[in-house]
Design a protein around this ligand. Structure first.
Ligand SMILES: *Cc1c(COP(=O)(O)O)cnc(C)c1O
Length: 360
């Protein structure tokens, strides 16, 4: 890692340069996409994708209510309207039946033009892309895979970050492959989307950076992060992804009789950005979280407020009971410590402390 970072420092190619090209080629090859464009964050990656899809005011973009704010934020940044879709209580991912209901409702109301489905690979598990791509085709919509947490996941042999017309990921340190700061990437098989995003992420450049053919942004990954990511990808491929799956399987063995543990559907493979259990209610969760904290075991609630209840989206005036499963999950979920280097001794301690808390 030191060597990789110092190589960039001594080359002084801090912005763009050979490390970026190398990183983009390696990440595209790993997921099996034709193009990878590295950028400044997972949020920018989503925004670049919506710009490439030409999402504008008057367009409807479908997004799960149970996700990180950025998935929905970028829709409003483009001036379009987010339409919140509920999630499945078992996989935490977009509920395809509710998606079709929301598409139908939007068409019937006739005020917005349905344009894009943003499907999130929540906690590392790919969304149900077979069904989602089917609906997209039926209604003439683009699919944007928000793979910020999904990098490394699979459906059958196909890897996450290849399921959308455009797919994105984040390299924020807490994600399955994290860099040493902010970073993100866009993946696509379509040459025209790739050309557009290549231009958009460097001020809408044309033939060179002082020939500007469209309004773009400054969203480059910096070369030190690219160097870090090349080292991290090697470890991820060789053992981290396998090891984090062993940790997750062991949690499930130890806890499935005690709490509701996360479920990976047949044929799916998760990269376990989070290991998220469900407790019976908000009070039990608060007690368990406090008891774990008293034993120096950190936990987190992803996510306490679904998108349809965020203050920032008050202006949408959505109906009260829009996404009941998202509401219920917000009160019950708790994410336990997980990473490829968690020792069995630490994991035993976490599970014992959790069980003790539930029995008292
Ligand atoms: C983290 C995350 C993002 C945003 O990524 P950043 O790199 O932090 O901008 C978007 N969507 C989801 C689902 C995320 O978890």
């Amino acid at each position: 890692m030191d060597q990789a970072i110092m190589e960039v420092v001594s080359s002084s190619a801090f912005v763009m340069g050979p490390k970026i090209k190398e990183m983009e080629a390696s990440f595209a090859e790993y997921v099996g996409a034709k193009h990878c464009i590295a950028c400044n964050s997972g949020t920018d990656a989503l925004l670049l994708a919506l710009k490439a899809f030409r999402v504008n005011p008057g367009d409807a973009v479908f997004v799960p209510s149970f996700t990180f704010f950025a998935s929905a934020e970028v829709i409003a940044m483009q001036g379009a309207t987010p339409v919140f879709v509920d999630v499945d209580p078992v996989t935490f991912n977009m509920d395809v039946a509710d998606l079709e209901r929301k598409i139908d409702q939007t068409i019937r109301k006739g005020k917005l033009t349905p344009k894009v489905i943003i499907a999130v690979d929540l906690f590392g598990l790919p969304a149900d892309f077979k069904a989602i791509r089917h609906l997209a085709e039926k209604y003439g919509l683009f699919v944007l895979e928000d793979g910020a947490q999904g990098f490394g996941g699979r459906i059958g042999q196909q890897k996450a970050c290849t399921f959308g017309h455009i797919s994105t990921t984040s390299f924020f340190p807490a994600k399955p492959v994290g860099c040493y700061g902010d970073g993100g990437a866009v993946f696509t098989d379509y040459d025209d989307f790739a050309d557009m995003i290549e231009s958009l992420h460097i001020h809408g450049k044309g033939s060179d950076r002082y020939d500007n053919v469209r309004i773009g942004m400054n969203s480059r990954l910096d070369s030190i992060q690219a160097a870090v990511l090349l080292v991290k990808l090697k470890a991820f491929k060789e053992y981290e992804l396998t090891d984090v799956n062993k940790v997750a399987d062991r949690y499930t063995q130890l806890l499935h009789d005690v709490v509701q543990t996360p479920m990976v559907p047949e044929g799916f493979y998760s990269s376990w950005a989070q290991y998220t259990i469900q407790l019976p209610d908000k009070e039990t969760r608060a007690k368990v979280q406090a008891d774990l904290k008293a034993s120096d075991i950190p936990t987190a609630i992803y996510y306490p407020i679904p998108m349809h209840r965020q203050t920032a989206f008050d202006y949408l005036n959505v109906e009260e009971n829009l996404c009941p499963v998202s509401d219920a999950l917000a009160d019950k979920v708790l994410s336990l410590p997980i990473h490829p280097y968690l020792t069995t001794a630490d994991q035993d301690l976490i599970c014992e402390t959790l069980k003790k808390s539930l029995n008292n």
